[in-house]
Write a protein that binds this ligand. Sequence first.
Ligand code: NAD
Length: 289
Amino acid sequence: MKQRITGHTELIGLLADPIRNSKSPMMHNTAFEALGLDYVYLVFEVDNSSLKSAVEGLKAMKVRGFNVSMPNKGAILQYLDRLSPAAKLCSAVNTVVNEDGKLMGYNTDGIGFMEACKDEQMDILGKKITVLGAGGAATAVCMQAALDGVKEISIFNGNDAFWQKALDNVRKINEHTSCKAQCFPLEDTEALRREIADSAMLVNATGCGFCQPIGPCLIPDASYLRKELMVFDVIYSPEETQLLAWAKEVGCKCSNGLDMMFFQGAAAFKLWTGKEMPLDVVREVFKTL
Ligand code: NAD
């Protein structure tokens, strides 16, 4: 690394807080090195209170771009010049590209989900899916799926602070895309069973089960699943959530959120560098972490 960095090396940053445990530096620096690209990716502890000055600083330094994560994915919008259609629908940005002084905002989380589906031959285009959740990840998944051609989305959320967001997401999808969306309370298990039965894929896009020993799950039991259903859990730690364990038992084709994470990074990498991220190399490095 010491020899690699020169006076020509370009900086890509990640602005978030807390952020020190992020895997993004490993992903992007591995890819830069593998392709011989003269960039370095560093994280910066920046929250909403320091976001404006951080963005102005990065712009003044003419950096090629940066990622933002929580708590800045919404707050960044006011400092950007243009938004991608998905970023606009999500009202959230995770990737910024500096195009000759104009800052363009993208949301690559939903791209990551759609690319992971494609990579694993989980075809949802023209079909109906059921999505659990209405937070950042769920919104990105729903908006990109709707923009890319998923036919129908049934959204379930609990009676919490995200219920209003579920209603907003349904309205935006129905107003701005050709996808048809509706939402239901998660507590309505009859509707949950019916909508899953009518869907090609069930997506858990909530934090339920994240970083916990296998256990909590938002569907009551495995009888809600069937062999032909595809099951996607955006959670990647643990690798197998209770939902995925049941899905495997039933014989469903399924995926956890690890590939979604790689593909959202790959999409950002391509926006900054114009190059495909060497995913095989990145995946190998992650196995050793
Ligand atoms: P968020 O706080 O924005 O949204 C949380 C969502 O989960 C809401 O819909 C909330 O209602 C729901 N929820 C949480 N706990 C629940 C519970 N116990 N019961 C019912 N509903 C519950 O969070 P987020 O940023 O959307 O992240 C959600 C998950 O997605 C996290 O586990 C995160 O690690 C994961 N994620 C994965 C990727 C990826 O690339 N694989 C990307 C982003 C987020």
